[in-house]
Design a protein around this ligand. Structure first.
Ligand code: CP
Ligand code: NVA
Length: 303
């Protein structure tokens, strides 16, 4: 049966740590794998992307494979062809699928019917490739992960969900500061609690950003309006601003050597200020670079 990379919840702590180790080795140049030699990888993108698309395309090329980029709106999928039909056809042509979709269930359907590995390049529920790169960045900057405190400020979205799942798998304490009604969904929090029982990670879901950030080693934020949420723009802006912005005042509650992370794209003046994003504590450019190394580790695990 094909292996997939849809959510970090499908992986043990040991497997996640192994993926990070592999990414570190690849980054250091110690291994030059050709795991995708003669393999074709289809990439379905239903939403825009800069980092994920380019890092995947370059990773596939550097691993010896061929990348077949497919815009969602140019596929028959956009005209109603069922996902399971698309999956079975792609499974006859290519060796793996990378997909950025609106509905997480579409990834599960692709995985179920294609017979080849499927990688989640972002869905409404999760962004696991992002969080793998984030962990690589945290390990590089802090030299450890277990026992640290990560504070996520803002919308309880796909990135927040993957952080919740990933952190609780590996024993990284996580504190979420979200406005009421924008907290992560109960179903995700329940999964995280199950993981935390095993890893010993502490989870806090708070409505106070100051409290969430208190003594944090890592302060993380993401956009207030995710792709697909555009129609809620006005309401979200009113709810999130000014309290849920990562700025110097909020950052003062974290540890003095805290690092600031953002999956990007950033909206300066909304979820983060220019001075914090460009400031000394920000690690966002290394974080973005690490997407490339992490994607390679994922391919090395799947192929
Ligand atoms: N962080 C991230 O996934 O960026 P893109 O939307 O540019 O791929
Ligand atoms: N939460 C954001 C992440 C973008 C990389 C979105 O889904 O649009």
């Amino acid at each position: 049966m094909a292996k997939h990379f849809l959510t970090l919840n499908d992986f043990s702590s040991e497997e996640i740590l192994k993926l990070i180790n592999t990414a570190e080795k690849v980054k250091s140049g110690n291994v030059k794998p050709n795991v995708l030699g003669d393999k074709n990888i289809a990439a379905i993108f239903e939403k825009p992307s800069t980092r994920t698309r380019v890092s995947f395309e370059v990773a596939v090329s550097q691993l010896g494979g061929n990348f077949v980029f497919l815009r969602g709106d140019e596929l028959q999928l956009s005209r109603g062809e069922p996902v399971k039909d698309t999956a079975r056809v792609l499974g006859r042509y290519v060796d793996g699928i990378v997909a950025r979709v609106y509905e997480h269930s579409d990834l599960e359907e692709l995985a179920k019917h294609s017979g080849i590995p499927v990688i989640n390049a972002l869905s409404n529920l999760y962004h696991p490739c992002q969080v793998l790169a984030d962990f690589l960045t945290i390990k590089e900057k802090k030299k450890r992960m277990k026992g640290l405190k990560l504070a996520y400020i803002g919308d309880g979205n796909n990135v927040c969900n993957s952080l919740l799942i990933g952190c609780t798998k590996i024993g990284l304490n996580i504190s979420i500061g979200s406005p009421k009604r924008y907290e992560p969904k109960e179903e995700i929090v329940e999964k995280a609690k199950m993981n935390a029982k095993k890893s010993g990670a502490d989870i806090q879901i708070l409505n106070s950003p100051q409290e969430a950030v208190k003594d944090a080693d890592i302060v993380y934020t993401d956009v207030f309006i995710s792709m697909g949420d555009e129609k809620e723009k006005d309401e979200r802006m009113k709810t999130f601003l000014p309290d849920f912005q990562v700025n110097t005042r909020l950052l003062k509650n974290a540890l003095p050597d805290a690092i600031v992370m953002h999956c990007l794209p950033a909206h300066r003046g909304q979820e983060i200020t220019e001075d914090v994003l460009e400031g000394k504590q920000s690690v966002v450019w290394d974080q973005a670079e690490n997407r490339l190394h992490a994607q390679k580790a994922i391919f090395m695990y799947l192929f």
